[in-house]
Design a protein. Sequence first.
Length: 244
Amino acid sequence: MDRTDYIAALRRDSARLAAAAEGGLTARVPSCPDWTVADLVWHTGVVHRFWRLVAAGEIAGPEQHTEPSRPPEPDLVAWFAEGAERAAAVLEALDPALPRWSWADRADAGFIQRRMAQETAVHAWDAVNAAGRDEPVERLLALDGVDELLAHFLPPVPPAGLAAAGLHLHATDGAAGEAGGEWTLRAVDGGWRIGHEHGRGAAAVRGTASDLLLLLWGRRPAERLDVFGDPDALKAYLAGFARG
């Protein structure tokens, strides 16, 4: 995926989030049980604002960011939609190679473009799910989201006791012979080894790209996918991911 894809996804999924939130701001968010839909909208809007300011070069990191005042509930969705478009417009204009602060080992505008598309996709799913619908994350974005999560959201050092044979993930909704859609994650010599070959692990999970992404982000229970091998090995690997 490239900048154009990410910005289109950011706009599309921001609109989905806003539409799902309209009229249901007091509902609880099952995938974020401490939040109402209003809290979800507020959180995502603040994230958009923070990264827009970083991308625009107005701040150099979180120590320079001041959280805005939260709008009253009747104005919250409109505030979110306006901020999402401002973020999309700023990110759309930037060369992905432009150096910018990030918390990851990749520090450029391209990281932010990708992160905002992925953050928004998962939180749009949260909002739609809170409205009683289960709509998948778009397939190519979900595949990219698994890649992003494995690249940037693993702890620096693997937890002790992970099965050496690793965890294998297989997206089942690709066309026959299509590249991509498989990942093998192993803890090796105090670090991580990620492969894309077809293979087996101590545990293996098969499902759509969306379901795999939602599983890794703690939104989809493993029981909703096809799981093979050692369920304890799967649980141990999944416990290592940083989630939000």
